[in-house]
Design a protein around this ligand. Structure first.
Ligand SMILES: NC(=O)C1=CN([C@@H]2O[C@H](COP(=O)(O)OP(=O)(O)OC[C@H]3O[C@@H](n4cnc5c(N)ncnc54)[C@H](OP(=O)(O)O)[C@@H]3O)[C@@H](O)[C@H]2O)C=CC1
Ligand SMILES: CC(C)CCC[C@@H](C)[C@H]1CC[C@H]2C3=C(CC[C@]12C)[C@@]1(C)CCC(=O)C[C@@H]1CC3
Length: 345
């Protein structure tokens, strides 16, 4: 068996390392000779070369041991975007990120790489080939997006050349791949309940879906290029597959790959959005009496019926980024990784 080489300057921490993206990142870092300290609210696996620290990132005393002798920290923890718990998002994404920054500075960490989101500029209307120069959303579509904006600002503003604290933000979009807990599972669940028959709008809207290994690649390039005097300090970078695809073609490919029928009938976007808004309001009003979670939330309808794809030119130029897995291969590997979600399984 091949032994991994771990130079001492290759020690890093991954906050959120038990999650979907975090675990893929940890696995790639190990391959590249890093030793990794994982900090997460839960431990979901064990791996040689990884030390686990379980705790809440809002607790600085719990974070500090995970940052001991670490020069590089990746922060990719967040509550699930589907939640509507405003206080949780504010506590973890805003106050928690402040705590992460303080802990990094106190522990002598030099580099902080944040997993942000391309959605920080999305307001529910078309974005075509959007660059990082677009302004932050003035009316974010949900609490998740609202707090991701504040989180990104905090991390980028914490860049301090004099003190040698270097920060960068990666903005992925629509991450998919093996072990993803949301996109494919939600899609299959919706199909199994017979609700994936309809295409919202005319079905021509283009969207970025990004294979998880490309997102990991972008993070590692950013971390390794983050040096004093590097132009990437204090900046955000879009990381996508660089292959915008029709939202409904992508959904159909995944569904058909898993043995389900592709959606066929069209419904007008405004009608579905209006109904989703009504249902969301109803769920809010009735919350003290009954709890129900609509599948077609206004946020999901907006994501399913508009264009939202982003340019990753800046990442290509400054980071030397190029996707390492094509959309076609990414979809094939993803479909193969979910035998338990196949029709009839
Ligand atoms: N998935 C996507 O399409 C996109 C994701 N992103 C960003 O990528 C990052 C990773 O997302 P993803 O891997 O999909 O999400 P996951 O939910 O799979 O991973 C996040 C991890 O963080 C943990 N966590 C949550 N709250 C805390 C806390 N207070 N303290 C410590 N750990 C905590 C979660 O635990 P638990 O599961 O128990 O909550 C989970 O293990 C997030 O920042 C997200 O905003 C950006 C763009 C697109
Ligand atoms: C019910 C169907 C209409 C849609 C099923 C698929 C959706 C669950 C996903 C399609 C686009 C995805 C997406 C995200 C989550 C999962 C989807 C809504 C994010 C909101 C995840 C977090 C981000 O930062 C942005 C993502 C945009 C795309």
């Amino acid at each position: 068996m091949a032994t991994r080489v771990r130079p001492s300057n290759k020690r890093c921490a991954v906050i959120g390392g038990s999650g979907f993206l975090g675990r893929h990142l940890v696995e790639k870092l190990l391959d590249r000779g890093y030793s990794v300290s994982v900090f997460d609210i839960r431990q979901s696996y064990e791996l040689p070369g990884v030390t686990f620290h379980q705790g809440d990132l809002c607790d600085k005393q719990a974070l500090l041991p995970a940052m001991k002798d670490v020069s590089l920290v990746f922060h990719c923890a967040s509550p699930a975007p589907a939640s509507d718990d405003r206080r949780l998002f504010e506590r973890v994404n805003i106050q928690g990120t402040r705590t992460v920054i303080q802990a990094c500075i106190e522990a002598g960490v030099q580099k902080l790489v944040l997993t942000s989101s391309a959605s920080v500029v999305f307001e529910g209307t078309d974005i075509k080939n959007g660059s990082e120069d677009l302004p932050y959303a003035k009316k974010p579509i949900d609490y998740y997006t609202e707090t991701k904006i504040e989180q990104e600002k905090l991390v980028l503003e914490a860049y301090d050349k004099e003190k040698g604290f270097l920060t960068v933000a990666i903005r992925p979009h629509g991450i998919f791949g093996p072990r993803d807990p949301q996109l494919v599972p939600i899609l299959v669940d919706t199909a199994r309940r017979g609700k994936m028959k309809f295409i919202i709008g005319d079905g021509t809207n283009l969207v970025d879906f990004t294979f998880v290994e490309n997102v990991v690649h972008g993070h590692i390039l950013a971390a390794e290029r983050l040096r004093l005097d590097s132009p990437i300090c204090g900046k955000p970078y879009h990381i996508t597959n660089d292959e915008p695809v029709r939202f409904w073609d992508f959904m159909s490919e995944v569904l058909v790959g898993l043995g389900y029928a592709a959606p066929r009938y069209h419904l007008p976007y405004a009608l579905v959005y209006g109904l989703a808004l009504l249902l969301w309001l109803l769920a809010l009003i009735l919350r003290p009496l009954v709890s129900f979670k609509p599948t077609f939330t206004p946020m999901r309808v907006a994501l399913a019926g508009t264009h939202h794809y982003y340019s990753c030119e800046r990442a290509k130029q400054d980071l030397g980024y190029k996707p390492v897995v094509s959309l076609k291969d990414g979809v094939a590997r993803t479909v193969q990784s979910y035998p338990h979600l196949r029709q009839g399984a």
